[in-house]
Design a protein around this ligand. Structure first.
Ligand code: 13P
Ligand code: SF4
Length: 300
């Protein structure tokens, strides 16, 4: 009997589809993907793929970004309920009001946001390039950063540029506390502690390095160390262990789980390829406006 993954791989070929998966996806989903990566890497792949269909295994804003960057492709998200709570913490109306209250300000928007919010922004950033984006922001203008207060605080600290921060956060990364870092260090002395910049500043202060999901992966691949404590979503453990079989990885906590990322299953991927839905689309006027800040980021 053919397995679900065999059937979906056959259908993927027939549909001329590419499967892009985020580093937090379920292990079995990552294993059937053509490419696994972070938000920045996956956006770049979506922009240049020659496939007719992009099956995006991630959360809604990631599929939206793919749809904006590849307007002539069909973008499928296996489960439309896979949202990002942080992206919902700022609405277009709120951002419009914030801009109005700060005339002349330059708006930097984390890609974990809706297309409509991106459309009101000057430039986007991801966790991989937030510091560089803030560094190149125009001098002499107030800088507004939405929606992640933790990534914004980190980028401001690293770049030395003051930022006005929106009060959004990732509920999954917020669960990781500084005392967990202290306990993990005691339990695994000598291990390198790597953290995602969506973590609280108090936790980042304990990290040996702060990086995007793919940045964490690259760090571990290049490091001579043998043990690592990972302060990021639990899905990260799969690519880390797969790429580094000789190294040991400890999650900072098992409770850092993003339930939305886990909504995409092999069965739902198969159904998406069979039915060619659920499709993620962005209204053309919003897509046109949101394209500019994303393009500015990708050109950096
Ligand atoms: P990366 O861009 O580092 O993969 O992060 C995306 C995300 O949603 C992390 O929670
Ligand atoms: Fe959003 Fe956090 Fe899940 Fe990333 S881990 S998709 S920021 S809720």
């Amino acid at each position: 009997m053919t397995s679900v993954s065999e059937r979906l791989l056959e259908l993927k070929k027939k549909r001329n589809a590419i499967i892009l998966a985020h580093n937090y996806q379920l292990p079995e989903v990552q294993d059937v993907a053509d490419q696994v990566g972070d938000s920045l890497g996956l956006s770049r792949l979506a922009a240049k793929t020659e496939a007719e269909v992009i099956l995006f295994c991630g959360v809604h804003f990631m599929a939206e970004t793919a749809a904006i960057l590849a307007p002539d492709k069909k973008v499928l998200l296996p489960d439309l309920n896979a949202g990002c709570p942080m992206a919902n913490m700022v609405t277009p109306r709120q951002l419009r009001e914030w801009r109005t209250a700060h005339p002349g300000a330059y708006v930097i928007t984390y890609v974990n946001s809706s297309a409509a919010v991106k459309a009101l922004s000057d430039i986007c950033c991801t966790s991989a390039n937030a510091v560089a984006v803030v560094q190149q922001a125009p001098e002499g203008r107030e800088l507004l950063f939405v929606p992640d207060r933790n990534l914004g605080f980190y980028a401001s600290q690293k770049s030395g540029r003051p930022l006005s921060l929106w009060n959004g956060f990732c509920p999954t990364h917020e669960r990781m506390l500084p005392e967990m870092a202290v306990a993990a260090r005691e339990k695994h002395p000598g291990a390198i502690l790597l953290a995602h910049p969506e973590c609280r500043p108090g936790l980042l202060a304990h990290a040996d390095a702060v990086a995007s999901t793919t940045g964490i992966l690259d760090y571990c691949l290049q490091s001579n160390a043998k043990e690592f404590i990972i302060a990021s979503e639990i899905g990260m453990l799969h690519p880390l262990r797969r790429e580094n079989p000789d190294k040991v990885f400890y999650p900072l906590t098992e409770v850092a789980d993003c339930p939305n990322m886990k909504l995409n299953t092999l069965e739902k991927i198969l159904w998406a390829l069979e039915d060619m839905e659920p499709e993620v689309t962005v209204p053309p006027d919003i897509a046109r406006q949101a394209f500019q800040p994303i393009k500015r980021m990708l050109e950096l």
